[in-house]
Design a protein around this ligand. Structure first.
Ligand SMILES: *Cc1c(COP(=O)(O)O)cnc(C)c1O
Length: 340
């Protein structure tokens, strides 16, 4: 049995999802005549109580389009030092939008309103870049699937507004946070100028992300998506998978969270594990103690058919997902036990 815990992006479409894809009505989306893409965009905009939405081939492109539409070259974006938009998008914020990133020293990928307020001060000085955008990530990827406190987000939004900053949410795993904290998409729609969500992570679609915002913002995004080469033709086959995912795979994220917490509890009981970070959603970050080489641990697990990754500095990561079952959980726990 192969147990792939490298990411929640490794899932394959189920038979039912494939059927939904096969039955999709499609058209040329560059001419806005793909009914299934239109349906997905309307559905997501409505879910979040926002005006409009736009389908993208990847979360990276959706975030990059958002950064580009809110800024001019030379402007400054504020984000956590662990932000995906800064660390994992190939330097895209600098390359595509020409923005300067101001990194805030947060905790598990999350900063406070007070930290943002301190960071934005001094705007009138001609020496400094224009402050234009705040970008937050929920759940945080590098922060181990941590969820923001919604009250803190409201405070951050106030600071952003007061300082004329656009507010973007990288919500690649937002649905994990919504399920874990019992929050709603509309709460987030009220707070942010733009939100990106990923359909190909925990929700299990093979491809795709959606950017959500005002009509004006999405008109700009449409142009930027074309410029980035992300305008697709009969994308309705992919949108059908996304619609299926939204209709069927949100509530079940709680199973992924339960399994991740169980893995964490088991890991904590082993003497060869030095630390397990707090688990709020579907990401488990842990460290082996000094007597074990983390790469060796990964290789031994791989030889048993269990795949996980290193995030550097001794950090190991397991991500639970749709294709990881309770039966696989039992096998994983047995293998982890036999390692000790
Ligand atoms: C995965 C991810 C993205 C987007 O990644 P793609 O692979 O381009 O879809 C963006 N932000 C975060 C936090 C992510 O985890």
């Amino acid at each position: 049995m192969k147990i792939d815990l490298i990411s929640d992006t490794v899932t394959r479409p189920t038979k039912e999802m494939l059927e939904a894809m096969m039955n999709a009505k499609v058209g040329d989306d560059v001419f806005k005549s793909d009914p299934t893409v239109n349906e997905l965009q309307n559905k997501v905009a409505e879910m979040f109580g926002m005006e409009d939405a736009l389908f993208f081939p990847s979360g990276t492109m959706a975030n990059q389009a958002a950064i580009k539409l809110h800024t001019q070259p030379g402007d400054r974006m504020f984000c956590d030092k662990w932000a995906h938009v800064y660390n994992y998008e190939g330097g895209g914020a600098a390359f595509n939008a020409g923005v300067t990133s101001h990194l805030i020293d947060g905790d598990r990928g999350m900063f406070t309103a007070k930290q943002l307020e301190e960071a934005v001060s001094g705007r009138a000085d001609i020496h400094v870049p224009y402050n234009r955008l705040v970008c937050i990530e929920n759940t945080t990827n590098k922060g181990g699937g941590a969820c923001w406190d919604f009250e803190e987000l409201k405070k951050i939004q106030k600071i952003a507004k007061k300082n004329d900053l656009a507010f973007h949410l990288d919500g690649a795993r937002l649905f994990n946070a919504l399920v874990a904290k019992n929050e709603t998409p509309k709460q987030y729609g009220e707070l942010f100028d733009t939100i990106s969500i990923c359909l190909s992570k925990g929700l299990g679609a093979p491809v795709g992300s959606v950017l959500i915002g005002t009509k004006t913002a999405m008109e700009k995004a449409l142009r930027i998506r074309k410029l980035f080469g992300g305008a697709m033709r009969q994308a309705g086959f992919l949108a059908a998978a996304a619609i299926y995912a939204l209709d069927n795979n949100i509530a079940r994220l709680a199973d992924d969270h339960r399994r991740a917490k169980r893995i964490g509890a088991v890991l904590e009981s082993f003497s060869y594990i030095s630390r397990v970070e707090l688990i709020e959603t579907n990401i488990v970050i842990f460290y082996v103690n000094d007597t074990i080489d983390p790469m060796d641990f990964i290789a031994k697990m791989e030889s048993k058919g269990i795949l996980l990754i290193s995030m550097g500095q001794g950090k190991l990561r397991i991500v639970t997902h749709l294709d990881f079952t309770d039966q696989m959980l039992d096998v994983l726990i047995e293998e982890l036990k036999s390692f000790s």
